[in-house]
Design a protein around this ligand. Structure first.
Ligand SMILES: C[S@@+](CC[C@H](N)C(=O)[O-])C[C@H]1O[C@@H](n2cnc3c(N)ncnc32)[C@H](O)[C@@H]1O
Length: 354
């Protein structure tokens, strides 16, 4: 298929070759990175740390992610990792979805996929089952590698979408393959402004996930264009540019690694009040006392928390439903929901709703 990269300032074929060279040859391990962008990961939860301890060292050495994109409630689901690289996150997911689940990893750099595939048997022996499948391909063309419509419960991606030569197409593909109620849980690099497209021609700026960083508002507009009107920030980590050459070229902008969640649900573009409340019943592994849906919605176990219509749907029409009681219907509208949107610097990437 033809990719449209007018906004990215690069020829798609050239952009893909640059990626393959950067991640296949220039970088041999995380130690070769020149900024903290692809290495600004928030600390893993204890559950994820335990799973990471059972991932092969050679896989972990070639990790270039900027976050820890592992939501809870994964047992038995089908998960897709876009730009899986050497497979570190896929092998973590493999343990979290368990033998009844399935993990698909996609990447376009042969050297990275080769490392991932070379360790399939080792992990199968370690875990006692095999449930990971690595595909060589582009995240913008998932149909070409056989990922069907409405077939995936969870899409994760760790520091990859910023590199896409056609971001709108990548987002369209995500929402095509997600099942209704499915979740996108994405860690990526965001900038506080649109960056000059010519910076994308610099292989280091692009490869280090800076030149293609999402401008917050453009991310929100892109996901809104496929019908996702409300996405939520779960965590943010500032990116430090320590390399003086890189700082000189791109240091005028501020970069943040952010983990976001969004659902394939028909949500509204603003928070509306239907008088609903949600109660977390407990039971999500790793969340014995409370569950944070995002950076300003925390649900202490057993406590009734007033929610807008969108939050009610996120908790009742998704795989989180067994862990929540959502009380109230959307039959009576009480006006705009008084959402206490926290002030963020930089601002939250998605401000359409709560
Ligand atoms: C910053 S690395 C992150 C890799 C992996 N997620 C990790 O955490 O180690 C970016 C990865 O995305 C892959 N990539 C970039 N653009 C891609 C695309 N359009 N389709 C598939 N993979 C892509 C690269 O080959 C590289 O392995």
């Amino acid at each position: 298929m033809t990719l449209d990269n007018a906004a990215e300032g690069i020829n798609p074929a050239q952009g893909i070759r640059t990626m393959q060279e950067y991640y296949g040859t220039t970088l041999q391990s995380s130690a070769d990175l020149r900024t903290s962008a692809c290495n600004a990961a928030e600390p893993p939860t204890p559950l994820v740390a335990r799973a990471l301890a059972r991932v092969h060292d050679q896989v972990k050495e070639r990790f270039y992610g900027c976050g820890s994109p592992f939501p809870p409630a994964l047992d038995g689901i089908t998960a897709l990792d876009l730009g899986c690289g050497s497979g570190r996150d896929c092998y973590v997911l493999s343990q979290l979805v368990g033998p009844g689940g399935r993990v698909i990893g996609v990447d376009l750099t042969d050297e990275q996929i080769a490392v991932a595939r070379a360790h399939v048997d080792w992990h199968a022996k370690e875990y006692g089952y095999a449930n990971v499948d690595f595909k060589s391909g582009q995240i913008e063309c998932l149909a070409e590698i056989g990922v069907e419509d409405n077939s995936v419960d969870l899409v994760i991606s760790n520091c990859v979408l910023n590199l896409s030569v056609d971001k709108p197409q990548a987002i369209r593909e995500i929402f095509r393959v997600l099942k209704p109620g499915g979740e996108l849980y994405l860690s990526d690099i965001f900038s506080d402004r649109r960056l000059p497209p010519e910076l994308s021609k610099d292989p280091v700026l692009r490869g280090e996930c800076l030149a293609g960083a999402w401008y917050w508002e453009d991310f929100r507009r892109t996901v809104a264009s496929v019908g996702c009107m409300d996405c939520r920030a779960a965590s943010r980590t500032p990116v430090k540019i320590q390399d003086p050459d890189i700082e000189e070229k791109i240091g005028f902008a501020t970069f943040t690694s952010c983990t976001l969640r969004a659902f394939k649900l028909p949500l509204e573009d603003q928070c509306e009040d239907f008088g609903q409340v949600a109660v977390y019943s407990g039971g999500l592994a790793g969340h014995p006392h409370s569950f944070a849906l995002d950076d300003h919605h925390t649900f202490p176990r057993g406590k009734a928390v007033p929610v807008c219509g969108n939050t009610a749907d996120m908790l009742s029409a998704t795989r989180y439903a067994p862990y929540f009681s959502v009380i109230g219907e959307k039959t009576t509208h009480y006006g705009r929901f008084p959402c206490a949107q926290v002030e963020q610097d930089p601002p939250a990437p998605a401000t359409g709703c709560c």
